[in-house]
Design a protein around this ligand. Structure first.
Ligand code: COA
Length: 182
């Protein structure tokens, strides 16, 4: 069972941000969120029209994150609206269960307010209290300068560089592999 998490933070601009686990009943809102960020940014592994999960499929993903001790799905909300999400997935295999993969995204209109940093700091706090998670991994496109700077400033280490890893709008993009050791 993943930790039940609830935090309230004040953003740089004075708005109140709530950080908590994604709820099973929010599957449709999560799908809408992911479709929106898929349109807003070219830095994810999917673009407009390429995220096609059903509510039932998304509910399965949310419940798996709620059930597994080495997974977490965090929502950042402002006045009840989901403005950012972060999820950690990890294998149940004993040899791999300590190593999580995570993804983070924030709605474009809320970029630069500190929400991405708070989502990652919340994940790290969860990981530090986890008896299983020892390492958090991510892959970030080489042209995603904001995300790269953010991860480095938090203490993520570069572990590798993947040439022509992702094909975005007709261009092959390189990617950095980064990790945080808990
Ligand atoms: C990456 C992302 C999650 C960051 O979220 P955010 O809420 O805007 O991030 P924050 O406001 O917490 O922090 C951004 C940091 O980057 C810095 N930054 C912003 N633009 C920057 C730029 N062009 N170059 C360098 N640093 C930059 C900010 O100063 C801030 O640093 P600070 O906390 O020291 O002030 C968000 O931009 C996003 O969702 N992007 C699209 C999806 C994506 O790229 N996800 C990551 C895939 S690996």
């Amino acid at each position: 069972m993943s930790t039940i998490l609830s935090r309230t933070k004040t953003l740089k601009n004075g708005e109140t941000l709530h950080l908590r686990n994604v709820k099973l009943l929010e599957a449709a809102e999560i799908i809408h969120f992911v479709k929106t960020v898929g349109v807003e940014t070219d830095f994810l592994t999917f673009g407009a029209g390429e995220f096609n999960k059903t509510v039932a499929e998304e509910e399965t993903i949310i419940s798996e994150h709620l059930a597994a001790p080495n997974r977490i799905f965090i929502a950042a909300t402002i006045q009840g609206e989901i403005v950012g999400i972060l999820n950690v997935t990890a294998s149940p295999k004993p040899r791999l269960q300590h190593s999580g993969e995570f993804g983070v995204s924030v709605l474009k209109k809320h970029w630069g307010k500190g929400i991405g940093r708070l989502l990652i700091e919340t994940m790290l706090e969860w990981a530090e209290h986890s008896p299983i998670i020892r390492k958090l991994n991510l892959k970030v496109l080489a042209n995603n300068t904001t995300a790269l700077a953010l991860y480095k400033s938090i203490g993520f280490e570069e572990e590798g560089y993947l040439k022509e890893d992702t094909f975005v709008n007709g261009v092959y993009q390189d990617a950095h592999v980064m990790a945080y050791f808990v």
